[in-house]
Design a binder for this molecule. Structure first.
Ligand code: BES
Ligand code: MN
Ligand code: ZN
Length: 499
């Protein structure tokens, strides 16, 4: 998506589609008021008649609006004035994005970024608007052969119309929003790609290409390298598969010399059958999304590099399939992790923690300011929190609070669960230092407890994205989350000069 920001009178602006907001009650925002005046009160008339539903994000398309230069005018409801806030603002933008992406206009203009949102700055509105509008244009049709299905649609050029002349801050905000959308698009592409395409090798190649494009370091380790490093837990998961595993390390050095990096660790199980503890058949196709943590790391690197953020960032992606082959790990097998701690694999379907624990041990060598791992780790997280927030667990309350706040700012929210010592005993094993499962209760917490045994050397937070990385049903597809959260977190760190 190509954005321009302009100071303009919306009624005089020539475009294929002009988007303007209207509250369900009370006066029109300034831009819409100008449109109403130019059209001889037509907008107010239609609103009064009830042609636009009250709910934020409802739309009304007016073709060839009289007195207005645009070919089409899309009115978007902002909901009730007293209820207007982050959510209604985003809902209105998402509705606009949908109409822009599906409609016949090849370029469009949006006035919504000029509507005040309580407690939010002008730059926040512009960044959100650019991100949501660009993200709304995302499509995945790489696997379709039908030319009609692949046909280019919607607007590729968008003008964000403001009352006042934009400056550097406005330009930066829009650039950030569109960089985050580009990172989300990469994460979605990787997630949506089927597991016969998005293999561990393919993830490694994608990381290498990204490093080449944006000039940062990428190293892709193979099975021999992992053996030398003693990554017995990660390798135990790869054993049942014909696809060779990969261990991908990315280093973006945008910060000053010795400042400690933030490290992102992403679960990259390119297909999770459960292994010998085989999953049931229903919806197993969705386990191609079990590498969405890895995808979010690559997507965040793309966004950060695109923004040119002055930070140091490390990315670590352990990538493998989890398959029930003749060589596969069996329930009861004991494996030795890179840390030296031994693990009784009581359930081969709890494989995410096995690959992450070695990646978390590997992260120590970077002496990171903090480590955030991102993983589609537990079905229990979807039961506990649904598909609205990602689960958050951390060994540092300040880091947890920072992530929670950035989640709210970005609209990519998280909710913290406790990581209390009392839960640790559920991981007891009769035969090894720990088991890899904690029994029936508190599955998300015991998974994080397991990881916490490998993160003692640094501040650490864990994001369980099992409920948020993709949606099921008719609109099945990757969401690109939590790229917006991670990008917002890193922007915050860059602005504070911490990393
Ligand atoms: N990848 C799954 C978690 C998952 C399941 C995410 C469904 C999204 C939807 C993970 O590897 C897994 O299988 N976890 C098990 C852990 C259990 C065996 C302790 C689970 O959640 O059932
Ligand atoms: Mn599993
Ligand atoms: Zn899994």
């Amino acid at each position: 998506m190509e954005f321009t920001i302009k100071a303009a009178h919306p009624e005089k602006f020539k475009t294929g589609l002009l988007v303007a907001g209207a509250f369900a009650d009370g006066p029109l925002p300034a831009a819409s008021d100008a449109l109403d005046a130019a059209s001889g009160g037509r907008l107010a008339h239609l609103l009064k008649r009830g042609d636009l539903e009250a709910k934020a994000g409802s739309t009304l398309l007016i073709a060839d609006p009289q007195g207005i230069a645009a070919e089409r005018l899309l009115l978007v409801s902002l909901g009730k004035r007293e209820e207007f806030g982050d959510k209604a603002f985003r809902d209105a933008l998402a509705a606009a994005a949908k109409a822009i992406a599906a409609g016949p206009a090849r370029e469009a203009a949006v006035t919504l970024a000029d509507v005040e949102v309580a407690g939010r700055t002008h730059e926040w509105r512009l960044q959100q608007a650019a991100r949501i509008l660009a993200d709304g244009a995302y499509r995945f049709d790489a696997m379709k052969s039908d030319k009609e299905a692949k046909k280019d649609r919607g607007a590729k050029k968008l003008s964000l119309l403001l009352a006042d002349k934009p400056g550097v801050r406005e330009e930066t905000a829009v650039r950030r929003g569109s960089a985050i959308a580009a990172g989300m698009a990469l994460a979605k592409d990787l997630g949506n790609a089927p597991a016969n395409v998005c293999t561990p090798t393919q993830l490694g190649d994608t990381a290498r290409a990204l490093g080449k494009q944006y000039k940062f370091e990428v190293e892709v380790l193979d099975r021999d390298d992992m053996e030398k490093l003693g990554m017995g837990a990660l390798l135990s998961v790869a054993r049942g598969s014909h696809q060779p595993p990969r261990f991908i390390v990315l280093q973006y050095k945008g910060g000053k010399g010795k400042t400690k990096p933030v490290a992102l660790v992403g679960k990259g199980v390119t297909f999770d059958t459960g292994g010998i503890s085989l999953k049931p058949a229903a919806e197993m196709d969705e386990m191609k999304y079990d590498m969405c943590g890895a995808a979010s790391v690559l997507g965040t690197f793309k966004a950060v590099a695109e923004m040119g953020l002055p930070i140091n960032l490390v990315g670590i992606v352990p990538a493998t399939e989890n398959m029930p082959g003749g060589g596969a790990t069996k329930p009861g097998d004991v494996v030795t992790s890179m840390s030296g701690q031994t693990i009784e694999v009581l359930n081969t379907d709890a494989e995410g923690r096995l690959i992450l624990c070695d990646a978390l041990s590997y992260a120590e060598r970077f002496k990171p300011a903090c480590v955030i791992d991102i993983a589609t780790l537990t079905g229990a997280c979807v039961v506990a929190l649904g598909k609205i927030p990602s689960g958050l667990l951390a060994n540092d309350d300040e880091l947890a609070a920072e992530l929670t706040r950035r989640g709210t700012d970005s609209g990519d929210r998280v909710w913290q669960l406790p990581l209390w010592e009392e839960y640790q005993e559920l991981l007891k094993s009769n035969f090894a230092d720990m088991g890899n499962i904690g029994g029936r209760f508190a599955g998300t917490i015991t998974a994080a407890c397991f990881l916490s045994r490998f993160t003692k050397a640094y501040k650490w937070a864990h994001l369980d994205i099992a409920g948020t990385a993709w949606v099921s049903g008719d609109a099945k597809g990757a969401t690109g989350r939590p790229v917006p959260l991670l990008a917002e977190f890193l922007i915050g760190r860059a602005e504070a000069g911490v990393v």
